[in-house]
Design a protein. Sequence first.
Length: 86
Amino acid sequence: MPFPPPVGEASEHPAEPPVHPGRSPAMNTVALSLICFSGYVIGPPVVGFIAGLVGLRTALACLAPFAIGVLLLAPRVQPKLAAPPT
């Protein structure tokens, strides 16, 4: 998934009621960026370390449960429905 759409959802439009009261759109964007970029920086070295221990094929197979988890949880994420034009 490209990075900009989730950032747009996390930042929310100021005219809409906040999804998470008490949290500013800027804090939502910062939290999302931290999670995404942490995975981008930490993920490859972890896979490389596991590959050094058990081999690349097994290390990549260790990612399968995470991919299955994403596929199973993806339907729970529902897009915001646009308000009908008046």
